[in-house]
Design a binder for this molecule. Structure first.
Ligand SMILES: NC(=O)c1ccc[n+]([C@@H]2O[C@H](COP(=O)([O-])OP(=O)(O)OC[C@H]3O[C@@H](n4cnc5c(N)ncnc54)[C@H](O)[C@@H]3O)[C@@H](O)[C@H]2O)c1
Ligand SMILES: *[C@@H]1O[C@H](CO)[C@@H](O)[C@H](O)[C@H]1NC(C)=O
Length: 318
C-alpha cells in the first residue's frame, strides 16, 4: 500500500453528490481521484466538473485560492477501484442510496486501503451501524452527510458509528473546515440525523395545517420563505429565541415557554402523505402553482440555485 501524504482524497461514485464533493475538495487544493463503476461515468464527471469550474470562475463564485485550471489539474477519473484508492488518506463514498450496495463498496474498499485511511459515507437515510456493518475496523468509519447543493449549502453532518474513534471525528471535522464546509458533530447515530429530523417536523406541521384547512399551500410556503427562513439563513432556532426576549433565552422561555408547550400538545398525528383525499389535494394545489413537468421544475431549480449562490455570497461577506 502506497503511503499517503494527506493530500489525496478519493470520491467513490460520480453522480450529483460525488461530483459536488470532488469540487469542494478541489477548492481546498486537494488532489481528487473520482471513481465510478459505470463505464465512462467518471470521464463524464471530469468533463462536467471542468465546465462547472469554468462557469463558477466566470461568475466569480469559484471557491478556494486556486483558479479553475489549477483545480482541474488536481482531478483525475478512474474505472479501476484499486488505482483510484492508491495514495488517498480519506475516502468519500457517494454511490446509490442502497444498503447492500454501500456495504459491499466499503467491504471492497477496506481490502484495498491501509488501516489509517478514513472511510466516510454520504448517506442521507442510513445509519452508520448499518452502512459499515461489513467493515472489520469500524473505528475509522463515519457518515459525512452533505446538503444539496454542497457547493453553496455548506453544512456537513458528521455522524459516528458506535465504534468510531474520537480522533477520526476530529480529522473529518478538520478536513471539512479546511475545505470551507460547515461541519457539525452528532454525538451518536439516530435515524434522520439532525437536519432531516428537524425538516420532518417542519414538513409534518405544514402538511397538517394545509390538510386541516387552516392555510393554503402557497401561504404556508410564504410563512417559511418570507418569515422564519429570513432569520434561519443566519441564526438558528436557539439564537432566535435568545435574541427575541430582552434578557435572553431564559427570559424568552419564561414569557413564551407555556405557549409553546400548549401549541405542541395540540399537534396532530403523523399525517397521511399519499393516498388520502387531503394529500391528493395538496399535490394538486402545488402543481397549480408550479406544474410538475420537467420544464417548469428545472426552471424553478435553476432559480433556487441562483438564489442560493447569492445567499452564499452574502454570508461570505458577513
Ligand atoms: N442528492 C441529494 O440531494 C443528496 C443529498 C445528501 C446526500 N445524498 C447521498 O449521496 C449519495 C449519492 O447520491 P446522488 O444523488 O449523487 O446519486 P446519483 O444517482 O446521482 O449518483 C450515484 C453514482 O454512484 C455510482 N455507483 C453506483 N454504484 C456504484 C458502485 N458500486 N461503485 C461505484 N460507483 C457506483 C453510479 O454510477 C452514479 O454515478 C446517496 O447516498 C445519497 O443519499 C444525496
Ligand atoms: C483501525 O483504525 C484505526 C483508526 O484509523 C487505526 O488507528 C487502527 O490502527 C486500526 N486497527 C487495525 C487493527 O487495523
Amino acid at each position: 500500500m502506497s503511503s499517503s501524504d494527506m493530500r489525496t482524497i478519493t470520491v467513490i461514485g460520480s453522480g450529483l453528490i460525488g461530483r459536488s464533493w470532488a469540487m469542494v475538495f478541489l477548492s481546498g487544493g486537494f488532489s481528487v481521484k473520482i471513481y465510478d463503476n459505470q463505464p465512462g461515468q467518471s470521464a463524464k464527471a471530469v468533463t462536467e466538473i471542468r465546465k462547472q469550474l469554468q462557469e463558477l470562475q466566470d461568475a466569480r463564485m469559484l471557491r478556494g485560492q486556486l483558479d479553475a485550471t489549477q483545480q482541474l489539474a488536481l482531478l483525475s477519473g478512474y474505472e479501476d477501484l484499486a488505482l483510484a484508492l492508491e495514495g488517498a488518506f480519506f475516502i468519500q463514498e457517494s454511490v446509490f442510496e442502497q444498503l447492500d450496495v454501500k456495504q459491499s463498496v466499503f467491504q471492497d474498499i477496506e481490502r484495498l486501503v491501509g488501516s489509517d485511511v478514513i472511510l466516510s459515507s454520504s448517506t442521507s437515510c442510513l445509519v452508520p451501524s448499518k452502512v459499515f456493518s461489513k467493515v472489520q475496523n469500524r473505528s475509522r468509519c463515519l457518515v459525512s452527510h452533505p446538503v444539496n447543493p454542497p457547493y453553496y449549502v455548506k453544512l456537513v453532518e458528521l455522524v459516528p458509528h458506535p465504534d468510531t474513534a474520537a480522533a477520526v471525528m476530529d480529522a473529518a471535522h478538520s478536513l471539512m473546515t479546511t475545505v470551507g464546509q460547515a461541519p457539525v458533530r452528532l454525538r451518536k447515530e439516530i435515524d434522520g440525523f439532525a437536519l432531516n429530523r428537524v425538516q420532518a417536523a417542519v414538513i409534518a406541521e405544514s402538511w397538517r395545517l394545509v390538510q386541516d384547512g387552516v392555510i393554503s399551500v402557497e401561504d404556508i410556503d410564504l410563512v417559511m420563505s418570507e418569515g422564519l427562513g429570513m432569520r434561519y439563513a443566519f441564526i438558528g432556532p436557539m439564537e432566535t429565541m435568545h435574541l427575541n426576549a430582552p434578557a435572553g433565552l431564559e427570559d424568552y422561555m419564561q414569557r413564551y415557554g407555556e405557549g409553546i408547550t400548549r401549541i405542541l400538545t395540540s399537534f396532530g398525528p403523523v399525517p397521511d402523505f399519499s393516498g388520502s383525499e387531503g394529500a391528493k389535494s395538496i399535490v394538486s394545489d402545488m402543481c397549480q402553482l408550479i406544474p410538475g413537468d420537467q420544464q417548469h421544475l428545472l426552471a424553478r431549480m435553476e432559480r433556487r440555485d441562483r438564489l442560493l449562490m447569492g445567499l452564499a455570497r452574502l454570508k461570505k461577506d458577513h
